[in-house]
Write a protein of this length. Sequence first.
Length: 100
Amino acid sequence: MKMVMVVVPKEEADGVIGELVAAGHTATLVESRGGVLRQTSQLLFIVVEDQDVAHVLHIISRFCRSEVSVREADAEGLKPAPQVGGAVAFVWGLEDSRKY
C-alpha cells in the first residue's frame, strides 16, 4: 500500500479530484500556500494499492502542467520567470491503513 501526496495548483485540483473519484480512488484535500510566488495550492493525500500508483500519477499528469514564461529583457538578455502550475508528487510506503 502507498501514500501519494500531491501538491496541485488550486485551479487544477477539481479536475484531478473528479478524475480520481471517477477511477474509484478517494483523496483527502488540504489547502496550503507556498512556493516562490506564495500561490494557493491543494495538498491531496491518496492511499492506493501498489499496482495503482502509476495510474494515479498518470491522472495527475493529465491535469497538471507547468507553464514557463519569460520576463522582459534587460541589459543581460531574457530572464526566465518562475514556473507556474504543475504538480509535485511524493510517494511512500504504508504499513497499514484503516478506516474507522
